[in-house]
Design a protein around this ligand. Structure first.
Ligand code: ADP
Ligand code: MG
Length: 638
């Protein structure tokens, strides 16, 4: 609960248990094995095969949500503060962890069309855009979304129209932003509707590639990324930009993948399926332990992408999902242990202020450049108009102080007026030429042609201005301005209601924290407070205490036994995989040694290098490739 040092805070871990489903209910009267104490934030797990005397296992978390919990409760209490932080410029991550079928997707997405059942992601969309619409008008926002998936250790862009056939994307690392996905599609979103559309497109892409959607979603990780950039004038009068990055993650199912009888390529694939998840477990263990210096982030795509979220610059919430059915006792226990470990991870979140790569800055620059161009055109056409009207030089004093919004309207009006006057003038001149009796026919033709050409130029000029104005408007519309782009339909009463609900959520959270602290203190100070009036009473009290401690000891012993068993199991699995891979290697050696001439073999071997970024062996080209010039794509086109 208390952070170790200043600026550091632990990963928040909450647990949610879904209701028994119809099939499980019909399985008999055994009922669920998961009990929850909402007030204390505890999960009590019953082993369905244990004798009645065996103590139940109890775990404590930041919050727990039982079968009757509402999506809204979880959001207000455990997610809202995180999204608020992201809007203030912190990085934030929510990931759902648990066995397939326990409610990860229900929690993250829910049922979109049922307001009661909308999950974390749609609620976050509402939250973000409502916040922007209610913020002050000196704030400018730029919201972007990306959607990717990790399947068999390959990163796929779910917003790429060629999703199915496109190559897997590479991870890169930059000193400023950390690990990122190269060439990932990023969509600027101006409204809830637009960002929902992005989500839809990605969800469809996910389903299209999969032959069996259930299997696919249980084996792939889905990451929805939202970047919110906010610019606001600081006390120094300059605009400062804060960038909040949100990762909304629906992980692959945590259950053990059976991999019996797999060979060759399929073996390699099977080994990759849960690599990211086991790497995540190792990272969490290393961080929770706190002693081991090395944290194996680089072992998988997922852990590299979530590096900031685990032990780094981010606020993180883990939602561990459970099923209540007795037949999944083992998996449920494993999930609870995993979640329990994650509580110990310390992060160091800080506001991202004026990062070099803020896209908002580039938008502002581009908008300013377009505005300057338009202003120049305006000035030019005005100047010409005044010449046409025969007036002298006279510039408006208020030209520079005009509001930004009026600029394009003004320019258009001025330009149209100027064109009209010019056209009239040219018409008059043409008329004069036609009526001039002293001009030769040839000369007349030439002069008229010249005037035609001038009119053509004029129209071209106007078209260019129109295009510039359109571009300017399009760019500007992508920036959301506080209290302007979205009309807030909620009335004061509703706003009050929302605030009250947030207060209540905040209150129950702090109450639970206090309860948990009291529980710990109680155990520690019980004997200090007790005074005994008789020896008999002292014996009784101490016997009670002894029994309590003995029960605790038994719990811990059982825990150690369980963890040992788990280690033995996973070691056996690793040994089995190793044996299979060794057999595979022997097979390949046999072919190489017997069927490839040694000099050919050496030539090939000398050309091979390992690329750790792509986790692949690569051939070095025979002739050095020409230095390729990387061309910066038009970043503003996205
Ligand atoms: P996962 O993504 O972990 O594989 P799902 O989210 O698909 O699991 O949930 C499996 C089923 O259980 C779905 O039919 C879902 O609607 C239902 N379900 C999950 N959690 C809840 C809940 N808290 N309340 C009601 N139904 C739930
Ligand atoms: Mg799912």
């Amino acid at each position: 609960v208390m952070s170790k040092n200043k600026g550091s805070e632990s990963v928040k871990v909450v647990v949610r248990c879904r209701p028994l489903n119809r099939k499980e209910e019909s399985n008999g009267p055994a009922g669920g094995i998961v009990q929850m104490d909402l007030r204390l934030g505890q999960v009590i797990l019953r082993n369905p095969r244990a004798s009645a005397s065996e103590p139940q296992k109890t775990f404590t978390f930041d919050a727990v949500y039982d079968a009757s919990s509402k999506q809204r409760d979880l959001y207000d209490e455990s997610v809202r503060p995180l999204i608020d932080s992201a809007l203030a410029g912190f990085n934030g991550t929510i990931f759902a962890y648990g066995q397939t079928g326990t409610g990860k997707t229900y929690t993250m997405q829910g049922v979109w069309l049922d307001p009661e059942k909308r999950g974390v992601i749609p609620n976050a969309f509402d939250h973000i855009f409502t916040h922007i619409s209610r913020s002050q008008s000196d704030k400018q926002y730029l919201v972007r979304a990306s959607y990717l998936e990790i399947y068999r250790e390959e990163v796929r862009d779910l917003l790429d129209p060629n999703h199915g056939t496109a190559r897997a994307l590479e991870l890169r690392e930059s000193p400023d932003t950390g690990v990122y996905v190269r060439d990932l599609t990023s969509c600027v979103c101006k409204s809830i509707k637009e960002i929902e559309e992005v989500m839809n497109v990605g969800n469809q892409a996910r389903a299209v590639g999969a032959t069996d959607m259930n299997e696919h979603s249980s084996r792939s990780h889905a990451l929805f990324l939202i970047t919110v950039e906010c610019s606001q004038p600081g006390p120094d009068g300059r605009k400062h930009i804060r960038v909040g990055r949100l990762n909304l993650v629906d992980l692959a199912g945590s259950e053990r993948q059976a991999k019996t009888g797999v060979q060759g390529d399929r073996l390699k694939e099977a080994a990759k399926i849960n690599l990211s998840l086991s790497a995540l477990g190792n990272v969490i263990s290393a961080l929770a332990d706190g002693r081991s210096g090395h944290v194996p982030y680089r072992d998988s795509k997922l852990t590299r992408l979530l590096q900031d979220s685990l032990g780094g610059n981010a606020k993180t919430v883990m939602v561990a999902t459970l099923g209540p059915a007795p037949q999944h006792y083992e998996e449920t226990l494993t999930t609870l242990r995993y979640a329990n470990r994650a509580k110990n991870i310390q992060n160091q979140p800080r506001v991202n202020e004026d990062p070099k790569d803020a896209l908002l800055r580039e938008f502002q620059r581009e908008i300013a450049r377009l505005r300057a161009q338009l202003n120049h055109r305006k000035w030019r056409s005005k100047q010409k108009k005044e010449q046409v009207e025969g007036e002298g030089w006279e510039r408006d004093g208020d030209e520079e102080t005009e509001g930004e919004d009026e600029v394009e309207v003004e320019v258009e009006k001025e330009a149209q007026e100027y064109v009209k006057l010019e056209e009239q003038r040219l018409e008059r001149e043409k008329e004069a030429i036609r009526e001039d009796q002293f001009l030769l026919a040839e000369e007349k033709q030439r002069l008229l042609g010249e005037k035609e050409r001038m009119m053509g130029d004029l129209r071209k000029e106007q078209e260019a201005t129109e295009q510039l104005t359109a571009k300017y408007k399009a760019m500007e519309s992508k920036l959301l301005v506080g209290g302007k782009n979205i009309i807030d339909h909620t009335n004061e009463q509703q706003k009050m209601l929302e605030m009250k609900r947030q207060e209540i959520a905040e209150q129950s959270r702090s109450e639970r924290e206090m309860q948990q602290q009291m529980l710990v203190q109680d155990e520690e100070t019980l004997e200090l407070r007790e005074t005994f009036t008789s020896l008999q009473q002292e014996v009784e009290a101490k016997t009670k205490k002894l029994k309590k401690l003995y029960a605790k000891l038994q719990c811990i012993k059982a825990e150690i036994q369980d963890v040992n068993d788990e280690h033995v199991r996973s070691r056996q699995e690793l040994e089995q995989t190793q044996n299979e891979l060794t057999r595979e290697l022997k097979f390949k050696y046999l072919i190489i040694e017997n069927f490839i001439p040694p000099e050919e073999k050496n030539k090939i071997m000398n050309r091979l290098t390992f690329d750790p970024e792509e986790d692949q062996w690569k051939f070095q080209p025979l002739v050095p490739a020409e230095r390729s010039i990387r061309c910066c794509g038009d970043i503003l086109a996205i």
